[in-house]
Design a protein around this ligand. Structure first.
Ligand code: PEP
Ligand code: MN
Length: 266
């Protein structure tokens, strides 16, 4: 568990909860109803700390669903104000940061396809400087810890200390049962360099398939990760992105019951 003398959004949540953080919500915000239905179900579970949702989607191929963009931001505002869950979205440009903060988004994250690009990370760092918003940084798509560390350093250098790292696995050419190889030792290397930064596992993007969410989450808890980010959708098979890996809120509740938590002391 991350220990730090500085209190951050994440360390405060961890200290209050005494358990790993749980971030859940759909891969993409698709409709207002889908967002609010998911958020209400997750809120009712009583264990979700942060509602995630993609608004601008970095898709590998053009022509697919690229997210609802700013249209979805008022839906997320309703999640925080009416449902009562803080919300987090991915940002990839300074314009995204500006739009997100104008709508009161609580936490922002930098996605795997952005962490690979130091120019993009620096532009984001400059846009985020002084805003006070907590930032999570996903590992880059490729297995390069230096890029992941470099992104965190760029944020620290502009004075952002309210940080978390998200391990979402690495692309690999070798055949694998995973969509993105976890290559756990790379996350340990990052943790060794940033012991004060909470480390969250994203079993959804590691697995790419819903039957692996439980074992990958359990492995992360066994390795003392500080949190899990799990994609959740009311009708996963019809999701507009990442359909194969999303679980229903009901299945998430079962997964949480099945997970064995280690005793955590802060
Ligand atoms: C996501 O979280 O939906 C996403 C696009 O993730 P990543 O950047 O890890 O591919
Ligand atoms: Mn996704």
């Amino acid at each position: 568990m991350a220990t730090s003398s500085a209190t951050t959004f994440f360390t405060r949540l961890l200290a209050n909860k005494g358990l790993p953080l749980l971030i859940a919500g759909p891969c993409s915000a698709e409709t207002e109803d889908q967002v609010l239905t998911t958020a209400r179900a997750l809120k009712a579970m009583g264990q979700v700390d942060l509602f995630r949702s993609g608004v601008w989607k970095p898709r590998t191929k053009p022509g697919g669903f690229e997210g609802m963009g700013p249209t979805a931001l008022p839906w997320l505002q309703r999640v925080r104000e009416e449902v009562g869950l803080p919300v987090t979205i991915e940002v990839a440009t300074p314009r995204h940061v500006e739009d997100a903060l104008r709508h009161g988004i609580d936490v922002l994250w930098i996605g795997a396809r952005t962490t690979v690009n130091p120019f993009a990370v620096q532009e984001l760092a400059d846009a985020l400087a002084g805003t006070g918003v907590p930032v999570m940084v996903k590992n880059p798509v490729n297995p390069d810890v230096a890029l992941w560390a470099g992104a965190l350093e760029r944020l620290e250098r502009v004075g952002i200390t309210d940080l978390a790292a998200i391990h979402r696995g690495f692309s690999t050419f070798a055949p694998s049962r995973y969509r993105n190889s976890p290559t756990w030792q790379l996350a340990f290397e990052l943790k060794a360099r940033f012991p004060q930064v909470p480390l969250v596992c994203d079993p959804s993007h590691i697995s790419g398939r819903r039957d692996l969410i439980l074992p990958v989450s359990q492995k992360a808890l066994d390795l003392d990760y500080d949190g899990l980010m799990i994609e959740t959708h009311p009708d996963p098979d019809h999701a507009l992105s990442d359909a194969a890996q999303q679980v229903t809120p009901a299945r998430l509740a079962e997964i949480l019951m099945e997970l064995k938590y280690r005793y955590r002391s802060s």
